[in-house]
Ligand binder design. Structure first.
Ligand code: 57M
Length: 363
């Protein structure tokens, strides 16, 4: 919306020219989303607590400490995240940019799916929720639509391609395999964040570090001078995604204010599925899906720990590789306190985001 102040009145009112700059609008989107979270957080948490008699159902087979400390905590705090991201992006992004609408709609689609799952868990008061198969099918459908939209909007030359880190100007054209690839990226990112969200603040930290990484990547990929200098894909219009990423960081900081240990609210599948899908979508539009795997390496590590644990458990007739999966529970079982696990996983995430950014130069 503010972008229109520049296009409509920038010539007459000099100050409005500031709204043309992506950098200014990205920082403004971050601060706006943070403000929205602080404003709406307390009343939303009170409302969630009032309408969730028992709060998040806590499984009895998890770490014993969880049963003692987490009973009654409301979930679906992801609505706060989605409110901040969506409102702030609508205020600060150029709404004629179709990439912005694709990311917002896919994010909200996954958010609604997660909210329905959270609602079923609450009404049934068990951690089962929506049928896994149906949930997975809906995720595939939304992701396929998102991938197709990216194909249709994108530059024809690169619409079905992706880039490889460390290689200059090498693009792999996936043709129609781009859609299954997109489904894998978006559904994979969404569920990896979902699995990671098992300790206070654990998921939102890396979501913000990855979003910060993609603020820069979106800006560079959308700027032909920087893209040519770094010899990465130049994709006009992706710069606006920096504003969405800025809003995601701001809303994430606001959510973390209430999710910091001991959490007053959990994001729920409402937040974890949507945040992961958003990052997956942005990595596809900027043609840096493999960079997402590096910057989001913590999410990859968590998902792989589950795959290895479940696979080995089935193949070995009940033996385990980890004390408990996902891997954050393994360290809890080894005696690390919850904040210790969270802060150390954040450190890993920040290092991975910095490594991911270095690949832009190491080509
Ligand atoms: C997503 N959900 C948290 C909260 C959050 C196949 C198996 C690995 C699946 C996995 C699973 O159930 N994953 C679901 C993780 C849950 O958090 C809710 O879910 C939302 C995210 N989707 O927003 O609403 C619990 O996590 C804790 N929590 C916090 N603070 C937060 O800010 O403390 C969450 C957010 C909450 C709360 O206690 O209730 C979760 O952990 O379920 N299963 C598991 O992760 C389980 N692992 C497991 O079964 N391992 C087995 C095999 C099957 C791999 C093994 O290792 O042998 C663990 N989780 C639980 N109990 N709850 C361990 C058992």
């Amino acid at each position: 919306m503010f972008y229109y102040l520049y296009t409509l009145y920038g010539h007459d009112i000099l100050f409005f020219n500031v709204f043309r700059y992506i950098t200014f609008r990205t920082v403004s989107a971050l601060l706006t989303a943070l403000f929205i979270s602080f404003l709406c957080g307390p009343p939303l948490i009170r409302w969630l607590k009032r309408h969730q008699r028992h709060g998040q159902p806590i499984r009895d087979d998890g770490p014993a400490s969880h049963l003692l400390t987490k009973q009654g905590t409301p979930t679906m705090g992801g609505t706060l995240l989605l409110l901040g991201v969506t409102l702030s992006t609508l205020l600060w992004a150029n709404l004629e940019n179709r990439y912005i609408w694709v990311v917002i709609l896919v994010t909200l689609g996954f958010g609604c799916l997660g909210a329905y799952d959270d609602y079923l868990k609450l009404t049934k008061n068990n951690s089962k929720g929506f049928s896994g198969k149906k949930k997975f099918l809906i995720q595939i459908i939304i992701s396929a639509i998102g991938a197709y939209a990216v194909m249709s909007i994108g530059e024809p030359a690169l619409s079905t391609s992706t880039s490889l880190p460390f290689f200059k100007n090498i693009f792999i054209d996936l043709g129609y395999f781009y859609i299954p690839f997109g489904i894998f990226v978006i559904v994979g990112a969404s569920n990896a964040v979902n699995l990671t969200d098992g300790l206070d603040g654990l998921a939102i930290g890396p979501v913000m570090s990855v979003a910060a990484c993609f603020v820069l990547i979106s800006y560079l990929v959308g700027n032909h001078i920087f893209a040519n200098y770094l010899q990465i894909a130049f994709i006009p219009g992706t710069g606006e995604l920096a504003i969405f990423c800025g809003a995601l960081i701001g809303a994430g900081l606001g959510f973390l204010w209430f999710n910091a240990p001991p959490a007053l609210v959990f994001m729920g599948d409402t937040g974890s599925l949507s945040a992961g899908a958003a990052l997956g979508m942005i990595s596809m539009i900027t043609k840096h899906e493999f960079i997402l795997a590096i910057a989001g390496g913590l999410f990859v590590m968590e998902a792989i720990s589950v795959i290895l644990q479940v696979g080995y458990f089935r193949l070995s007739g009940g033996k385990r590789i980890f004390l408990m999966a996902p891997i954050h529970h393994h360290f809890e079982k080894k005696g690390w306190s919850e904040p210790t696990v969270v802060f150390r996983f954040w450190i890993i995430s920040i290092v991975l985001a910095l490594l991911a950014l270095t690949t832009l130069k190491l080509r």
